[in-house]
Design a protein around this ligand. Structure first.
Ligand SMILES: [Zn+2]
Length: 365
């Protein structure tokens, strides 16, 4: 206020509990590397959104998480750190985060035999983790659970009449599947949001994922759900990008309600916005009556985690396209790793959504 900048009217849902999650880096190709999913990310976003109405995340019942995750995953995540510590692994061999080392991939098992419950805490992580990059520390569970609370609080604001609400979720969630975690994600915040909206609006709901990486977790969770349309624009996994094994255009879901638009590395505003526009049109054609935006801003040209080259103006335009759908809209934070710009890019999207929503309601009048 007073700085001449347009003021955001979208409420921002926040929780201090994200700070409890300190991944302490990641294990990539066997080495501990610094990692970019750091607490400072959320703090920078909050600073850039100063002046907006801040809403504290309110605690949500476990049922809301169980709508999109297996109880076994929740039980594991809630106890993983305690068990790791109790097993003495922080002293011997001296590993201060939960890191998996054996994975019960299907090729391990004869027909009809499934994985047993491993007795060792060191082995349990591989039952649920699908990569080695998503480490668990002392406060990871509390932060991941609070991120879901934030997303659902934003959903409730929209169900109570706000045209749009933004949840500053950290850790992110779109790579978490029903029973697995990875890609710096533990619980799928956007999926829990979509499930709540779907239950309330009693009509199809769309999740449009604009993070630079394929929203594989959200795709997997709603794969056979004809009432949740899941669309994702992302860098082509076939060009060597996470999640590598899926995210291709021929993955369309059991009843055609999943849509992937992979882009070549180097793609900029033109290609990316064309894809966002296409996903928005697809959601409209599918009869969506509420929208969840899985809002990663790592498609930005300056982001260290992806080779896409979207500009700040591109993010503003994307927000406008999504807002123009005129739907109740919940924006859930996913990736974005350039600390210098992450906050401003989120702000551009939110301003764009507000412009789009205003345009949509003027058209209706
Ligand atoms: Zn990403």
């Amino acid at each position: 206020m007073g700085d001449g900048r347009p003021r955001l009217s979208t409420p921002v849902v926040w929780t201090d509990l994200h700070r409890l999650h300190e991944p302490g880096g990641e294990v990539w190709v066997g080495l501990r590397t610094p990692g970019t999913e750091v607490p400072e990310r959320a703090e920078r976003i909050r600073a850039a959104l100063a002046g907006a109405r801040l809403v504290e995340a309110s605690p949500q019942p476990d049922e809301a998480v169980l709508a999109v995750h297996d109880a076994a995953l929740l039980d594991y995540l809630a106890s993983a750190w305690r068990e790791w510590e109790a097993a003495g692994l922080t002293r011997d061999p001296g590993q201060d985060r939960v890191v998996p080392y054996i994975f019960p991939v299907p090729s391990l098992f004869p027909a009809g035999v499934g994985p047993a419950q491993p007795a060792a805490a060191s082995a349990r992580a591989g039952r649920f983790a699908y990569d080695t990059m998503t480490l668990i520390g002392p406060g990871t569970w509390e932060a991941a659970r609070a991120a879901v609370d934030a997303a659902l609080t934003a959903a409730d604001l929209v169900l109570a009449g706000e045209r749009a609400a933004y949840a500053c979720c950290r850790p992110p969630g779109h790579h978490a599947t029903r029973s697995g975690f990875g890609g710096s994600c533990y619980l799928n915040n956007a999926a829990a949001t979509a499930a709540r909206l779907r239950a309330s609006v009693d009509a199809p709901v769309a999740v449009i994922d604009v993070d630079a990486h394929h929203g594989n977790g959200t795709q997997a969770i709603f794969w056979d759900d004809p009432l949740v349309l899941t669309g994702s624009v992302h860098v082509d996994p076939g060009a060597g990008w996470f999640p590598h094994f899926l995210g291709f255009a021929d993955e369309t879901g059991v009843s055609g309600t999943n849509r992937n638009l992979p882009l070549a590395p180097g793609s900029g505003d033109d290609e990316w916005l064309e894809a966002v526009r296409s996903l928005a049109g697809w959601a409209r054609a599918g009869g969506a009556e509420a929208l969840v935006v899985a809002l990663g801003v790592d498609a930005a040209a300056c982001d260290p985690e992806s080779p896409l080259a979207v500009s700040a103006a591109g993010f503003r335009s994307a927000g406008r396209e999504l807002g123009a759908l005129g739907l109740p809209t919940v924006l859930v934070q996913e990736g974005g790793y350039d600390l210098e710009t992450i906050g401003e890019l989120v702000r551009e999207v939110l301003l764009g959504v507000e412009e789009g929503l205003r345009g949509a309601s003027e058209r209706r009048q």
